[in-house]
Design a protein around this ligand. Structure first.
Ligand code: SAM
Length: 246
């Protein structure tokens, strides 16, 4: 049941809005209005006029709620990454750079603990704000620090993910702090970066995969079922490898 202070995902036609339910809440869409008193006490899945009310998912929160000042890892990539890293409730995961904290929110959902490093004060504060606002990432240890300066024990992480422009500078250090056989992932927007990274993984990581994820959404009218006219053609390449003894 929705109470004051709850987050509500409101859908009308193909538009979605993520709103906090406060006393002065109201939403106007074209000539239709939804007010606090229309939502309070309702259940997720209820319909009020043309508005559907839902409890937001993590994807809704990241896409509609997170303030973004860096490029974020979109849920389409982040959800795949989280499972590909092979982590569970007993895993300690390393991540850098934190950026807006979008991937961290997904990793933190699955892992026991996430260590996240961000070198920029502005982005570090932004990630903390995003997590605080949506009550996320309570199991994250966030560090305002260049990863290369972090003091970490050898073989202390079950998985790692690296989202910085030149990840090859950190391959040796990441290799050192990962447990044997642990999965490490990288995200890179261009093929040139992927090729440079691949040459640095050699001899330290095996079972290497490079892939990208395409989502093609469909119009959901069963009488005229066909793809949407537009799609996102490229977000980034994902690179994964498993630590081997060097
Ligand atoms: N994965 C993040 C997300 O989903 O919101 C976005 C990361 S953003 C593209 C890259 C971040 O890496 C930037 O905020 C940058 O300041 C940070 N960064 C770059 N080099 C770093 C380093 N050596 N140590 C820590 N952070 C670093």
């Amino acid at each position: 049941m929705f109470r004051e202070g709850d987050l509500v995902l409101i859908q009308i036609e193909d538009k979605k809005y993520l709103k906090k339910l406060t006393k002065n809440f109201h939403l106007n869409v074209k000539d239709r209005t939804l007010r606090y008193e229309d939502v309070i006490g309702r259940e997720s899945g209820d319909k009020v006029g043309d508005f559907y009310l839902f409890e937001p998912t993590l994807e809704d929160i990241i896409l509609l709620g997170f303030e973004r000042k860096t490029q974020i890892i979109y849920p389409k990539d982040a959800f795949y990454i989280a499972f590909k890293l092979g982590i569970d409730r007993s895993s300690r995961v390393l991540e850098f750079g934190t950026g807006s904290g979008a991937l961290t929110a997904v990793l933190s959902h699955i892992a026991m603990e996430v260590y996240s490093y961000e070198q920029s004060e502005k982005f570090y504060q932004l990630a903390l704000r995003n997590w605080e606002r949506f009550q996320l990432c309570k199991n994250v240890r966030a560090f305002l620090m260049d990863f290369s300066e972090a003091t970490l024990e050898e073989e202390s992480f079950d998985a790692a993910f690296v989202d910085v422009r030149e990840p090859w500078h950190y391959v040796d250090k990441v290799h050192r702090v990962l447990k044997r056989g642990a999965v490490c992932g990288f995200l890179l927007p261009t093929t040139n970066q992927v090729c440079t990274l691949l040459s640095h993984l050699n001899g330290k990581f095996a079972s290497i995969e490079v892939l990208e994820i395409f989502h093609r959404y469909y119009k959901t009218n069963p009488e005229r079922f066909r793809p949407e006219d537009r799609m996102v053609a490229h977000t980034a390449y994902l690179v994964f490898g498993r630590k081997i003894k060097d």
